[in-house]
Design a protein around this ligand. Structure first.
Ligand code: NCD
Length: 304
């Protein structure tokens, strides 16, 4: 890994991505070979926002590599409540752990935190910004199910506030992918992200209707409307419940369509889809463990 910290998918080169995915495949094939590899290593977890998958799969990954975790715990019981700054907290916690995982509501917070620490810091979501490790497990899932070459992907839902969307879109510029973005007008990709994608030479198209594009897709990546990021609850209500899919919607899709979702879902994917061969989101969530094991292994010097 040529990076000290993992902050944005914008900085992930194809060779770094492939190194992680290849290592994740090797780990998935023979997890026992890695079970003592990082014995004694401690991973510090600092989650200032709710998390189930990211936090638990990082914990599982570190433990399955032979290491352990130290967890700041719920933010309301930490010294953040006493007014401690993020800069001070990361400076302290780096003394307790060999690497840090940070989730925080402010965009740019993970990058800022790297100014204060020497141990590797992994961004587990910074507001509506980036979520690069979700992207690595998304890419792993795409590679396993549809392949990463010559991919036609539809990314649907909250493209404005969805950090998993921003990270995935950046990472896909490394591959020969046609990216279709489907959302209401008010939740289109942020201008800076669209600009970066164009600059990277990526083929992107924006749509307001899924049916325009559904039959040609290899992958449909559905996302939750990020209620917690809306400055005004009324704005959320205007778009809530739009862009839901069910088995009727998918009748027009290719038999091979892979349906993904970073989860948690609210009502974007009806439960009848779970029974179909399209449904890949639970497998996707499970892939978080081998992929995060691979990333930790490479970041912590497992190349040797
Ligand atoms: C995502 C997130 O936190 O950005 N969740 C996750 O990590 N799998 C998606 C979401 O919350 O909608």
């Amino acid at each position: 890994m040529r990076q000290d910290h993992i902050i944005s998918a914008k900085h992930l080169a194809r060779e770094d991505i492939e190194a992680v995915l290849d290592r994740a495949s090797a780990i998935a094939d023979d997890p026992a070979a890695y079970s003592e590899r990082h014995a004694g290593t401690l991973l510090g977890l600092m989650f200032y926002e709710p998390s189930t998958r990211t936090k638990m799969s990082f914990s599982a990954a570190m433990k399955r590599l032979g290491g352990d975790i130290v967890d700041m715990g719920p933010v309301e019981y930490s010294s953040v409540q006493k007014g401690e700054s993020l800069a001070d907290t990361v400076r302290v916690v780096e003394g307790y752990a060999d690497a840090l995982v940070l989730r925080h509501p402010s965009e740019g917070s993970a990058k800022m935190a790297t100014e204060f620490v020497d141990v590797p810091l992994i961004n587990a979501g910074d507001g509506a910004g980036q979520h690069p490790t979700q992207t690595l497990l998304d890419l792993y899932t795409i590679r396993e199910n549809a392949g990463l070459d010559d991919l036609t992907i539809g990314i649907m839902g909250d493209l404005k506030y969805g950090r998993t969307v921003h990270s995935l879109a950046y990472a896909l510029t490394n591959f020969d992918a046609s990216q279709h973005f489907i959302s209401p007008e008010s939740l289109k990709l942020p201008r800076n992200v669209r600009y970066d994608l164009h600059k990277a030479g990526s083929s992107i198209k924006e749509h307001t209707q899924l049916d325009e594009i559904l039959p040609s897709l290899d992958v449909l990546y559905v996302t939750r409307i990020q209620k917690e990021r809306f400055p005004d609850e009324n704005e959320y209500r205007e778009v809530a419940g739009e862009y839901q899919i069910d088995t009727d919607t998918l009748a027009a899709a290719s038999d091979d369509l892979t349906v993904m979702h970073p989860l948690p879902r609210v009502d974007e994917i009806e439960h009848d889809v779970d029974q179909t061969d399209h449904a890949t989101y639970f497998q996707q969530a499970h892939n978080g463990v081998p992929v995060r094991m691979a990333l930790l292994d490479l970041l912590l010097g497992g190349d040797q």
